[in-house]
Design a protein. Sequence first.
Length: 165
Amino acid sequence: MNEPDPVRAKCEIHLTVNGKRETVIAYPMTRLLDVLRHDLALTGTKEGCGEGECGSCSVLIGGMLVNSCLIPVLQANGAEIVTIEGLAEDGRLQDLQQAFLDCGGAQCGICTPGMILAARHLLNKKPQPTLEEIREGLSGNLCRCTGYMQIFEAVAEAARRGAAT
Ligand code: FES
Ligand code: FES
């Protein structure tokens, strides 16, 4: 009898997502984006380009900002992942999320989860970033609606409110 093809056969993948342990059965090359959205019903993570260009699918893996459309789920086996659903606590938005609302940083919303996670990543490293550092920190995330200034202002406002966590 032939051995199962390790690339084509489904396998068991263990992830910790937003602090919760999850086990999924998936093909190793399935995109992490699809596992999050379809297997775990975490649809806050959005698909834009599907090619690593727009940042809509951004999540944090082990504290690093990554495009989940480019990550085969096998590569994330054992990882700690934070998606947009992992930021609010007990239904209360983080200061960063509230700043996006207050500053008009979210319009159609497709880019917003990725933008907020990119901003979260930036503020974790640099609690008081300059405008240039905000531009740089969000440079991998595209927005078609806002012209970016409201988004940059939201991140600056979050920093002013002390949203380092
Ligand atoms: S959908 Fe992943 S970078 Fe655009
Ligand atoms: S708010 Fe629509 S793409 Fe950014």
